[in-house]
Design a protein around this ligand. Sequence first.
Ligand SMILES: *Cc1c(COP(=O)(O)O)cnc(C)c1O
Length: 476
Amino acid sequence: MSDVTGAELRALMARVPSVEKVMASAEFAGLVVEFGRTQVLGMLRQALDQWRVDAQSGEASVNALDVAQLHARVDAALRQRNQPRLRSVFNLTGTVLHTNLGRALLPDEAVQAVMTALTQPANLEFDLDTGKRGDRDDLIDDLICELTGAEAATVVNNNAAAVLLTLSALASKKEVIVSRGELVEIGGAFRIPDIMSRAGAKLREVGTTNRTHLKDYDEAITPQTALLMKVHASNYAINGFTKEVGVEEIAPLAHARGLAVAVDLGSGTLVDLAQWGLPRETTVRETIEVGADLVTFSGDKLLGGPQAGLIVGRRDLIARIKKHPLKRALRVGKLTLAALEPVLRMYRAPEHLAGRLTTLRLLTRPMDDIRAAAERVLPVVQRAIGARYAVAAEPMFSQIGSGALPVDVLPSYGLVVRMADGKRGGRQLLALEKLLRDMQRPVIGRIADDALRLDLRCLEALDEAQLIGQLESMNA
Ligand SMILES: *Cc1c(COP(=O)(O)O)cnc(C)c1O
């Protein structure tokens, strides 16, 4: 019935109930309690307006005006609209510190501390000894110094902020010497040359992409030089005919000329990861020991804490950094400090670290454990996605992620989904990937080599039970 006459239309419109009447119904009373009158009224008006539009083109049924039907419609619309936009997902990408999936997961102690800080007043900037105003950095700078061997420390919003602030405070209108092999782009808009100009510092590039010598730094030093800087090549490696000058060589040169060395370590681990069989990464303490005057690193990469940027080093330099106006703009909130403190404290008991620090627990998860999980989940996945696909449990390689140890991979285990008929199935694999991504708690895997790969390293017991429950309800 596409052509509706004027008379028919008027008769139809007369059937639209009054908004007040619908709102007064028992069904809608429940919605008002849950969502508030304003929203419910707004959605009801929208539903009725839509019905009128549909009625003009002959596509509306009078039944849809029943209070029960209107309720179902408005209820669904309200629920859809109020779904959290930031949702938990299953990280089956195999990248433990996945920047797009929120990086480090916090241990319970940190979560509890955040809850407390959220709901109770705290001595954030209040000195409990003197009863006077305090400095939020005082809450954790001792702990950071203890763990890194630094004289002083401060914390800002993230490591990009740490680098920006360091350069702004120490090198504005001056030159900073950096090797051409270290002019990195971290992703997004974080590029060393750009940060440098934002901070008002002049980048003085030395050496070449693959080789930089000590004399390159030496010859570049002028009265305009403020800093010698080294940047961790977080997400790439230069192989072959290469030469990099270490902090231990640059520091004596800089100090002899009255200059400071700043090192952007990126991930910045506090402990030697080799003790857990992980690839070795220079620690913050070692970097300071060999002569760095300042080190910047992230809180939510290998450290395993909340998003933050830590700046540690010489007391006089940290004091200048803390006095810069940008410090106030880049400072951390109480939730970050609340989460960071228990995470840092865990490093005092390195024996327990692999069990207690979530990031390290995931990175060191035994292969047998991951394999057992893969074997338990396999039949459930196979049943859920049907016989068109063939699911196998296979070894694979995880990555640490977030620019930590970019070329190193960790032996892992997971599920590999291919087409059962042996064809490449590009489109069907994409459809499957989307199906999993559309679930109540989205499942994020990756497609490579004509297969959908689900690395189970990051699927610990509770998550496994939830994933299985979700997959089983697909068939129901
Ligand atoms: C990750 C990284 C950054 C940026 O750190 P955020 O905490 O993400 O702001 C800066 N420099 C290096 C070398 C990095 O690896």
